[in-house]
Design a protein around this ligand. Structure first.
Ligand SMILES: [Zn+2]
Length: 271
């Protein structure tokens, strides 16, 4: 089997695993749901169950990435939870809700200027609209995280069928555009529940959270965003946005924060 065939086999196997895991999930919202969804009010997409893919033609495809052997059942807040071998001075910047035609290129330019790599948590609908931006992100060496197809909130309140469509839709969109099989998943607004975690673990993906949140989407001022981001410690996962609205404050804050954190001896890594 050639490389494209192997990649397709892996992709289809992941989709089958996701749908298989979802078959065991309840349609009701699990108790203990944490909902810290933001208020940006994105409109959920049409949803609906994707077409079931054909069975993989290969029973043991060669992986194209090295996921942690057992997917975490808890959202990851620190680099060490995902990658215990990461250097102790590592720090990770995650950038959510793009790609966006106005802000993503500016963020990419800034990261390139400082030789920084980040992890972009992308929305499938935006990828479909701006595939060239996702290709540019990947070409620059950044990592990709699945952030659902249409960013519905609260994500944990969705039916298992809709949840599946959101996860597999974005997985498919990212793969079709770049050939990348995203192994990370971030729930919109950090809306986790046992059902969400079961879905993500069943797909072999890691649930990704953060430990530094400047709430930049609410535009509190670049000074406030900067001050919060500078609370970062070695091993921190920072949350910022390049989509969902005017990100001028975020960009301005990062212009200062990135060199300041580098000056403290921290190195930005992908997740
Ligand atoms: Zn988001």
């Amino acid at each position: 089997m050639d490389e494209i065939g192997r990649r397709r086999a892996i992709y289809l196997a992941v989709l089958v695993a996701v749908e298989g895991a979802l078959a065991a999930c309840s349609d009701t919202q699990a108790p203990g749901t944490r909902n810290v969804a933001d208020k940006r009010g994105r409109t959920p997409g049409a949803g609906g169950r994707p077409n079931r893919p054909s069975p993989s033609p290969s029973p043991s495809p060669t992986p194209t990435f090295q996921p942690v052997a057992v997917p975490s059942r808890k959202p990851i807040h620190q680099i060490s939870e995902l990658n215990p071998a990461a250097p102790p001075n590592s720090i990770a910047l995650t950038i959510d809700d793009g790609p966006d035609p106005e802000w993503t290129p500016r963020v990419l330019d800034l990261l390139a200027q400082h030789h920084v790599v980040a992890t972009f948590c992308v929305v499938g609908d935006a990828v479909r609209e701006h595939p060239e931006l996702l290709k540019r992100i990947v070409a620059a060496g950044h990592a990709i995280c699945n952030h659902t197809m249409s960013h519905p909130q609260p994500f944990a309140g969705l039916s298992s069928e809709r949840m599946s469509a959101e996860v597999t839709g974005a997985l498919r969109e990212i793969w079709n555009t770049t050939g990348v099989t995203s192994r990370l998943f971030r729930a919109p607004g950090g809306s986790w529940s046992p059902a969400v975690l079961e879905t993500i673990a069943g797909s072999g993906m890691q649930p990704l959270d953060w430990d530094i949140d400047p709430r930049d989407w609410a535009r509190p001022g670049s000074g406030a965003i900067e001050a919060e981001l500078l609370h970062a410690k070695p091993g921190s996962i920072l949350l910022c946005h390049d989509g969902g609205g005017d990100r001028a404050q975020t960009l301005r804050a990062l212009t200062t924060v990135i060199p300041t954190l580098q000056g403290r001896g921290l190195t930005f890594i992908t997740l």
